[in-house]
Design a protein around this ligand. Structure first.
Ligand SMILES: [Zn+2]
Length: 263
């Protein structure tokens, strides 16, 4: 089987029970360190629920990420620019970031936008940065997805658990997600470095966050953010104007116009 990242030949490393009924082969690429499942024919079954009932950390993770991204986007990007959350799920992260004061938009090929309605990204222009959380491991075609993000911005902030070295056996790593079957692509440190080099970007890691960007990030500043648990976000919030009320007015005006058009 060919590697979905670098195109090299892969080696089968183990077989594991996905959704408690399919014995699935996992393949490792020795060149770029990527681990992938065989062709994922079971995905329709795996996505019965848009937010996995197993993902009990969904809300807490989004709040924590909003705090971290407030610090990172303020310090390293133009905070008054536009931002897009790829694979934005039900829109909770976009809503949180707009509440803080960032002009954030939502995009998701599969999920239904609930919390960020009216703020869908239309791909008519570029953005300051893209975020993409807990989605890389779901990608069937990672290169196509990454290309789509890069067409929007070369600053990509994302999360996915790094594949340990050596590759853990099926019962040894929770992130394989065998019970829900949605995780099919696993990236090692080597894989992410390979991807960054492929697109001539720098790869930076801050705790569980990965960043692809043409910029070089100040390592000392990143260390400071980590040591202080990104608490600077409390201060930054004072310098931003929340969009909660403006968005409310926007929605009211939109509804009024729709009603007038119906008369
Ligand atoms: Zn590879």
């Amino acid at each position: 089987m060919q590697c979905r990242i670098c195109g090299s030949k892969t080696d089968p490393v183990f077989r594991a029970p996905v959704l408690s009924k399919y014995e699935i082969d996992y393949y490792e690429c020795r060149l770029c360190g990527f681990l992938q499942t065989e062709d994922p024919f079971w995905l329709d079954e795996a996505y019965e629920y848009p937010v996995s009932p197993y993902d009990t950390g969904y809300v807490a993770r989004n709040i924590s990420l909003a705090n971290k991204l407030t610090a990172l986007l303020w310090l390293f990007c133009r905070p008054d620019g536009r931002f897009v959350d790829f694979a934005g799920g039900c829109g909770i992260f976009v809503r949180l970031m707009r509440d803080i004061g960032f002009d954030f938009y939502w995009y998701d090929k599969y999920a239904k936008n609930v919390f960020a309605k009216g703020f869908e990204w239309d791909f008519s222009s570029r953005a300051e940065a893209v975020t993409c959380f807990e989605a890389f491991e779901h990608f069937v075609e990672p290169l196509q997805e990454l290309r789509k993000m890069l067409d929007v911005s070369e600053n990509i902030f994302f999360t996915t658990e790094l594949l340990p070295n050596p590759v853990p056996k099926p019962g040894e790593w929770w992130y394989y997600g065998l019970e829900h079957g949605q995780h099919i692509s696993f990236y090692s440190d080597k894989t992410l470095k390979f991807l960054a080099a492929k697109y001539r970007l720098n790869y930076t890691r801050v705790g569980s966050l990965h960043i692809f960007s043409p910029k070089r990030f100040n390592g000392l500043l990143l260390k400071f953010l980590q040591l202080t648990q990104f608490k600077i976000h409390h201060l930054i919030r004072f310098m931003l104007r929340s969009k909660t009320w403006d968005d409310h007015i926007f929605q009211v005006e939109k509804l009024k116009k729709q009603n007038e058009d119906c008369i």
